[in-house]
Write a protein that binds this ligand. Structure first.
Ligand code: HEC
Length: 129
């Protein structure tokens, strides 16, 4: 009996923890699995205006708009960002540097899984052109 109670409590606590982990990041809601069970981050083929611009607006332009230009970096157009994608710098600052590096982007925070996947797909597309 004791065991049963303990197990129930443990699984209830486990469920609460699991649930908190899930709701802390509601990408499941934004990107529900499609009919094949895939969790995709965007519709159709990768597109700068539709898929990258919203991430820039939310995560990058507070520092890299023309009026800010932190680190001397202004991201005003697709071409501005594509130049960093072609040189390999974008991949480096987003994915390769440790969080402790001052060049790690965005500084002090992690992009969501979908934002990372979307950036990766766009960088690959730019480099395949
Ligand atoms: C809080 C402000 C801030 C945010 C938000 C931010 N950056 Fe930066 N970014 C900087 C600063 C400051 C530098 C210069 C870092 C250095 O050289 O030490 C920089 C540098 C860069 C560089 C040039 C790196 C190099 O060494 O040549 C790129 C590319 C870049 N950021 C892209 C991005 C992208 C893409 C995002 C959004 C995902 C982003 N940044 C978000 C502040 C920011």
């Amino acid at each position: 009996m004791r065991h049963l109670l303990f197990n129930c409590l443990a699984s209830a606590i486990g469920l609460i923890a699991l649930n908190t982990a899930c709701t802390a990041d509601n990408e499941e809601d934004r990107f529900p699995p499609n009919e094949n069970g895939d969790t995709t981050c965007y519709e159709g083929s990768i597109d700068f205006e539709a898929h990258i611009q919203p991430i820039l607006n939310a995560q990058c332009l507070v520092c890299h708009s023309p009026s800010q230009g932190l680190g001397g970096v202004i991201i005003e157009s697709e071409e501005d960002l594509a130049a960093y994608a072609r040189s390999g710098v974008l991949e480096e600052v987003l994915f390769e540097l440790p969080p402790s590096s001052p060049r790690k982007m965005p500084p002090g925070t992690e992009l969501s899984r979908c934002d990372q996947e979307t950036f990766r797909d766009w960088i690959n597309a730019v480099n395949e052109e």
